[in-house]
Design a protein around this ligand. Structure first.
Ligand SMILES: Cc1cc2nc3c(=O)[nH]c(=O)nc-3n(C[C@H](O)[C@H](O)[C@H](O)COP(=O)(O)OP(=O)(O)OC[C@H]3O[C@@H](n4cnc5c(N)ncnc54)[C@H](O)[C@@H]3O)c2cc1C
Length: 443
């Protein structure tokens, strides 16, 4: 902990003093940090790096120290990262650490497979095919996205945060906050209190800062769980991602480096729990039924993980002295691999808003400044969340009428080049008014 934090913990700089001061001078020592970020997950750590690179002083707080987050049992998922979000990590200096583990997604094949064994010849003939080559010119030769195991991303972010000497309080848990006219005061479970002109809630779905600010959420439980496993293949996957829409929910086969794939297998909560606890031979047998023979011999590597799936959207992204980021603001179904991407797009926009305001001498925790972030992110967040929700409802069932409609829809999109390219650009995250980091530029 640095001297500034110690001062506040010991009471030398009290809350009243912080709340009473109106003019904020970055790095003046008046507060413990410029921005307190609750949650050192992938969204929070990305924001911290962006702010630090632009000369501001963030502090990260998390009950799980980076060492815990890197353990193989912490997070078995891999994430599809849109190419614009990957550009941001490049701009933050993470390329060397990430590129050896980033698998290019060259093609995505989406099939409405309603029979068991989606990859078998009995699967639906309706499919969609997205090919990186089709948008190569506009995307500067980028693939459709990258697949990276979360533990690799966490390791790269942790080293970059440590190398930048960004202050990390961990293990430490945020338990409450007060939002005054000029500062946020964030309380930790160990009795410490930190102050800053702005606090960011990046602590995931159970955000304490969101609750402390009285921001409500809307959403629902899908009564589904994602079963996640890493699988080694006997033959190359050629960078092709497969998504099958089955009545129980989507089943994704996502290419990883080193001839492996990450499976995200959506099932009812009870079936998912059963799959997690079955003997490896039984799991393999289920897997072989789902895969059919098209990927050859497969072998599960490591643990099988399950994640409950729900939709949870905060009713607002900001209030004076607080901004919400990542899953704290929006938790979506992984059907199209957009959850973390939304958080990374949010980090890019929020960092730019804060840094520009600080450079102009504005109070970046003020409502008028934070409203720029909310305006920038609101439409994309709500549109994507609603889109994901619609997809889950449309595809996670076996209603014959819906089956016909979605098959016809997929076949139509597949035949129309501009429609296909529209979806690819959207998934790449490189549309609309892009923050500089998403264009690969430093702040
Ligand atoms: C099966 C599955 C597959 C997915 N696949 C993809 C994909 O392919 N692409 C994609 O973009 N997204 C994907 N997602 C979504 C993605 O994983 C999440 O959106 C992302 O992890 C959210 O990151 P975050 O940093 O916002 O929150 P989190 O990862 O939840 O991090 C929150 C952090 O806050 C900390 N914290 C918690 N409480 C406190 C507290 N009181 N005080 C301080 N810190 C606290 C936690 O320890 C944690 O480190 C998937 C999700 C699932 C379930």
């Amino acid at each position: 902990m640095d001297a500034g934090v110690q001062e506040t913990v010991n009471g030398a700089v009290g809350l009243d003093a912080a709340f009473a001061t109106s003019a904020y001078r970055p790095m003046s020592g008046q507060f413990d940090a410029d921005v307190i970020i609750a949650g050192a997950g992938m969204a929070g750590a990305t924001l911290a790096l962006a702010l630090h690179q632009a000369g501001l002083k963030p502090v990260l707080i998390d009950p799980a120290p980076f060492d815990t987050q890197l353990a193989p049992s912490f997070d078995g998922r891999a994430s599809a990262i849109a190419y614009a979000c990957f550009r941001q990590w490049r701009a933050l200096g993470l390329a060397d650490a990430l590129e050896p583990y980033a698998q290019r997604i060259e093609q995505i094949l989406v099939t409405d497979g309603r029979t068991p064994g989606a990859a078998s010849p009995g699967a639906s003939p309706f499919f969609l095919r997205f090919d990186a080559e089709e948008i190569a010119e506009r995307a500067d030769g980028e693939p459709l996205g990258y697949l990276i195991e979360n533990r690799r991303t966490r390791a790269a972010l942790a080293s970059a945060v440590q190398a930048a000497d960004i202050e990390v309080l961990a293990p430490a848990r945020v338990v409450g906050a007060a939002f005054g006219p000029h500062a946020a005061a964030v309380s930790l479970a160990d009795g410490r209190t930190l102050t800053a002109p702005l606090a960011v809630g990046a602590e995931g779905r159970g955000s304490v800062l969101r609750q402390a600010a009285g921001i409500e959420c809307v959403g629902w439980d899908y009564k589904q769980a994602g079963v996640v496993a890493t699988v080694r293949l006997a033959r190359p996957h050629d960078g092709v991602a497969h998504e099958y829409f089955l009545p129980s929910g989507p089943f994704a086969i996502l290419p990883l480096t080193d001839q492996r794939v990450s499976l995200v297998w959506t099932e009812s909560v009870a079936r998912a729990a059963a799959l997690k606890s079955v003997r490896p031979e039984v799991f393999d047998a289920h897997l072989a039924r789902r895969f059919g023979g098209f990927l050859g011999r497969v072998e599960v590597e490591g643990e099988v993980f399950t994640y409950p799936l729900s939709l949870q959207l905060a009713e607002r992204l900001t209030r004076p002295r607080l901004a919400l980021l990542g899953d704290a603001a929006h938790g979506v179904h992984p059907i199209a691999g957009q959850g973390l991407n939304l958080g990374l797009k949010g980090a890019a926009a929020l960092a730019e808003v804060i840094v520009e305001a600080a450079r102009l001498g504005e109070d970046f925790g003020a409502e008028t400044v934070l409203e720029r972030y909310a305006r920038w992110r609101r439409f994309d967040t709500v549109a994507l969340s609603a889109g994901m929700d619609l997809m889950v409802r449309l595809f996670s069932n076996d209603n014959p009428l819906l089956r016909l409609a979605r098959g016809a829809g997929m076949a139509a999109v597949n035949r129309i080049g501009p429609a296909r390219r529209f979806f690819m650009q959207q998934a790449g995250g490189a549309v609309g008014d892009l923050p500089r980091l998403l264009k690969g530029e430093a702040l």
